[in-house]
Structures are given as C-alpha cells and as structure tokens.
Design a protein. Structure first.
Lengths: 167, 191
C-alpha cells in the first residue's frame, strides 16, 4: 500500500543453542530424544527462537527471541478469522507481545501492545505476508536442521496449513 | 339460640365480621426495604438475576473460615481440578527470565513489559501461581477467535489488589498453558 514495505525476516537468536549444528534434541530436563520426537511444546515454547524483523506498511514491529513456529502460527489465524470478524489479537506463547490486526474493507491495520504507531496494508498484502511468515519459518528450520523434514509434528502442521489454504 | 340461628351466625355473620375487620383470607405482608420503606420486589428480582449470573458481590458475606464448606452431606466439596500444572523447575525458569536483571531486563534495550516489578518476589510468583491454579481465568488463544493452529490456552490471574506484578504497572499475570496442561511461563499482564 502506497509503496511502503511489508516484509518479515527471521534470524536465529544467538541465545538459543538449538540452532547450532551440533545441537541434539533433548527434553527440558536434558534427556536425549530423537528429532522425530520433538513435538508442539518444543516448537511453540522451548526451541528454535528467532529475532523477528517485521515491517508492515513501512512501520517496524520487530521482536527478539520468539519461537519461530509459534510466531508464524499466531499470524496464521489472521487471514482466516478476518474474513468473518473485524479484528484479531494474536498473542505470543512465551512473552507479553500481542499483535493486533483489524480489517476495514480491503485495508488491514496492524498494531501491537508494545510498539508505537499502526501499519496499514491491503488485504492481499496481509495474505502474502502470512504466507511468507509460514514459508520462511519452515525454510529456516529445515535449513539449519534437515533432520526436521521428517518430524511428524511439522509434517502434520504443513498438512493442516495446506488444508486451510495457507502455505 | 335455635339451631337455625346458630347456622346463620357461623355461615354469614362471622365471615362478614372477619371481612369488616380485615382478618379475612391469607394475611399478606408487603415486602419493603429497610432503609427507604419502598417495595423491594424489584430489588429481589434483580438479586435473583444476579445470583443466576453468579454476579453477586459477597463482600458483606460472613467471613470464610478457610475450611471447605459442608455441602450438606457431611462431606467437604471436592477440590477443583487445577487449571494447570507446574513444578519448581518451571518457577525457577520463569523467574530467571522475567525477574529484574533477568533475561528480558538485560536485553539491549530491555524488554520492560516482560519484567517483574522489583517488589514482586519469587515467593510472590509461586504464591500467585498456586492461587491461579484455582482462581485464574481461562482465556482462549485468541481474544476474538479460537486459535486455529495452536493447542493450549492462557490463564489470566489478577487479584485486583493494585500490587504491581510488572515494571510497567501491570497487576496481573498471563500464564501460557500447553496442550498437556503444563504451564510454560508467566509474564506480567494487564487485561
């Protein structure tokens, strides 16, 4: 909208060891497990945290140290829910950041509880943005850990996203 | 007095006398309020509606002894199922992330809306979590929708005492709870 940028980028959080090439999956108590045993809890709360660079209509709503899958899934509801309802609040699973999106006609306004200003984008830009959020989440996971390509939780997640018309 | 007169007295005159003296029929008591002398029928109706909604302010109710109330069968009511589970490791991990000087506070710049207030101690956190297990309020993933991709829920806790939990003046906590019922963290939150 008006040529202002809308984009999302993920960078592995330097404080999260799960991005390291020699990292091996384990329970929070340190018991080793297989790559295929990593489940929803690991992806939503514990592992694979990224620094999110999020620009919406020229405004930055960036945030550090968010689990990449949790961030992408919080946003995944937006284009579906906003088809029927005027607004949606999307909470992080791990900290006090809430992204809020409101739709009026073909325009979507994005704000948060911790950033100044509001980003305004077209409805189609929101759909593209959410697709990008999801696609890049899988890309960064598989890029750092190809073993995750056969993870049952992620496989099932991709299937469910596809059924909803999301990438 | 003849038999006929006695019958007439019982059947006609006594009811007429009762009627004239206002003693006839069921005695009616007009409900009234104590303070204003007006009918309290409307008040009663409102109270019933509030009771049905569970919205009665019981601040004037007798003090709770702290013991489970007898349900009438001599047995205390069954304890409510906790809204989530936690252990000391989770309290430790949560405290280290959100305490003053902890992970979020040491970011550059600090992520202040994630930081506990300096007067909110680790013991306060533990007590809050124990209380929230019973008295917290379940929140779905999305305020205006069901989150369609993530399981679990949030539990919102706020005792409304004005004692801050967070440095930004929050007085409650938001507690993410995973699909298996385990809490994952608890951060300052104002609803």
């Amino acid at each position: 909208m008006d040529g202002r940028r809308t984009d999302v980028r993920y960078t592995p959080s330097p404080d999260d060891p799960s991005w390291s090439g020699d990292w091996a999956p384990a329970t929070p108590k340190g018991v080793p497990i297989g790559w295929d045993q990593l489940g929803e809890d690991d992806f939503l709360y514990e592992r694979f945290r990224v620094d999110v660079s999020l620009e919406v209509g020229g405004l930055f709503f960036s945030r550090r140290y968010l689990p990449v899958v949790d961030f992408a899934l919080a946003w995944a509801s937006a284009p579906i829910v906003l088809k029927e309802k005027p607004r949606i609040d999307m909470h992080s699973s791990v900290e006090a950041i809430t992204y809020k999106a409101a739709r009026e006609g073909a325009t979507v306004t994005v704000t948060t509880n911790d950033h100044e200003g509001e980003g305004r984008i077209a409805w189609t830009e929101l759909e593209d943005l959410v697709d990008t959020m999801i696609e890049r989440a899988f890309t960064i996971l598989y890029g750092h850990h190809p073993e995750l390509r056969t993870n049952p939780y992620l496989l099932d997640l991709r299937e469910r996203l596809a059924e909803l018309g999301l990438r | 007095m003849t038999a006929v007169n006695r019958i007439l007295l019982r059947a006609v005159l006594i009811p007429v006398l009762f009627s004239l003296l206002g003693l006839h029929g069921r005695k009616r008591k007009k409900p009234r309020t104590r303070s204003e002398g007006r009918s309290n029928e409307g008040d009663s109706r409102k109270a019933d509606e509030q009771l049905n909604r569970g919205a009665v302010d019981d601040s004037d109710a007798p003090a709770d002894s702290g013991k489970p109330k007898d349900e009438g069968n001599g047995q205390p009511p069954p304890k409510k199922k906790p809204k989530f589970e936690f252990d000391e490791d989770m309290v430790d991990a949560t405290w280290e992330k959100h305490r003053p000087g902890g992970y979020y506070d040491s970011q550059k710049p600090p992520v202040k809306n994630n930081v506990y207030h300096k007067d909110f101690t680790k013991d306060d956190l533990r007590a809050a979590l124990l209380d929230a297990q019973q008295n917290g309020v379940d929140r779905p993933r999305g305020v205006n929708s069901d989150d369609i991709m993530r399981s679990g829920k949030y539990v919102y806790w706020n005792p409304y005492t004005d004692k801050p939990t967070g440095v930004n003046g929050q007085t409650g906590l938001l507690i993410p709870v995973a699909g298996d019922g385990n809490m994952k963290t608890a951060y300052p939150f104002e609803s």
